[in-house]
Design a protein around this ligand. Structure first.
Ligand SMILES: Nc1ncnc2c1ncn2[C@@H]1O[C@H](COP(=O)(O)OP(=O)(O)OP(=O)(O)O)[C@@H](O)[C@H]1O
Ligand SMILES: [Mg+2]
Length: 289
């Protein structure tokens, strides 16, 4: 008797050796309105057209041989593309979320090309970003994630590689292949941004985003990306005054103690900034003593 190539739960998914076939398969299962014409600044304006720079995100298939059995990643790639396309077609435009232009059947997703660098390179780069810049990025992230959650879907992989800082110093969220609605299977997220409770069946996916944002804010304030997972209690100890109050709440070990990301968490900027920092430093010193 021959051994099935894939576990039973995966056999209903067609296996494929062609990204074109796989992408066609994904698209067939998604419906929803497109967002229409691009709103991002054109790259070039000619006499009869505006030209926009885009990227095309295509499925990448891999084959793995384990103990003489050939395994394909079709299922994960198909699910991930279906999730990404669903989010891009569901969530309305937002200044801090990459713009979606549509899909080309058999080719891939067509997405605005952001001129910029992942936030990870800013966090670990020199000169280190100023506190007002960090506050502005934190607020843009809170707004963007809150916007996504308002459509009852999570981002699913908030991490230093999936946030681009564009050339105007604004945040753009990318990569929605691990997004999920409540009750759906979750993909593993990127360390060290993974919530400890992510594998529990009762887990609310949006609370993983809360945890991941807490870790990201800690990294942003400390100007370093943590190399590995750190226990939630330790994260609170490592917190600094600027984002410390959010880091402790966002990275609570128990998911139920974690708040959903809310616009009430937006931090004061510009004129209010100095008072805010002084107050935070006082509160922080009091909590440490
Ligand atoms: N719209 C975009 N504009 C500019 N760069 C982008 C864009 N989308 C993705 N990138 C770059 O490509 C990298 C990989 O893209 P993305 O995260 O969407 O793919 P992925 O397959 O999910 O990769 P990974 O598993 O590494 O997260 C990003 O980290 C970013 O540097
Ligand atoms: Mg990514």
């Amino acid at each position: 008797m021959s051994t099935p190539l894939l576990p039973a739960c995966r056999r209903e998914w067609p296996t494929s050796h062609s990204p074109e076939d796989l992408f066609r398969f994904v698209v067939e299962h998604i419906s929803g309105p497109l967002h229409g014409a691009p709103t991002s600044s054109p790259w070039v304006t000619s006499t009869s057209a505006t030209l926009h720079r885009t990227i095309v995100k295509r499925p990448k298939l891999e084959t793995l041989e384990i103990d003489g059995r050939i395994l394909h990643n079709d299922f994960d790639v198909a699910t991930s593309f279906a999730r990404e396309l669903r989010l891009l077609r569901t969530v309305t435009r937002h200044a801090n979320i990459v713009e979606f232009y549509g899909h080309i059947d058999g080719v891939g997703l067509v997405i605005e090309a952001v001129d910029g660098v992942p936030i990870g390179s800013k966090i670990e780069g020199r000169p280190v970003p100023s506190d007002p810049t960090k506050l502005m990025w934190a607020n843009q992230l809170i707004r963007a994630i809150h916007h996504i959650h308002s459509f009852e879907v999570s981002h699913g992989d908030i991490s230093s590689g999936n946030i681009i800082i564009d050339n105007e110093d604004n945040v753009k969220l990318i990569d929605f292949g691990r997004s999920a609605r409540a009750g759906e299977e979750l993909f593993p997220t990127t360390h060290p941004f993974t919530a400890p409770d992510i594998l529990q069946s009762s887990h609310n996916p949006s609370l993983s985003d809360t945890y991941a944002l807490g870790v990201l804010l800690l990294c942003l304030e400390r100007n370093e990306i943590l190399e590995d997972m750190v226990a939630p209690e330790e994260l609170s100890r490592m917190a600094l005054p600027l984002f410390g109050h959010l880091v402790s709440r966002y990275t609570a070990k128990d998911g139920y103690a974690r708040p959903k990301i809310d616009l009430a968490h937006l931090l004061p900027v510009s004129g209010e900034f100095i008072c805010f920092i002084q107050l935070r430093c006082l509160n922080f010193a009091a909590s440490v003593l």
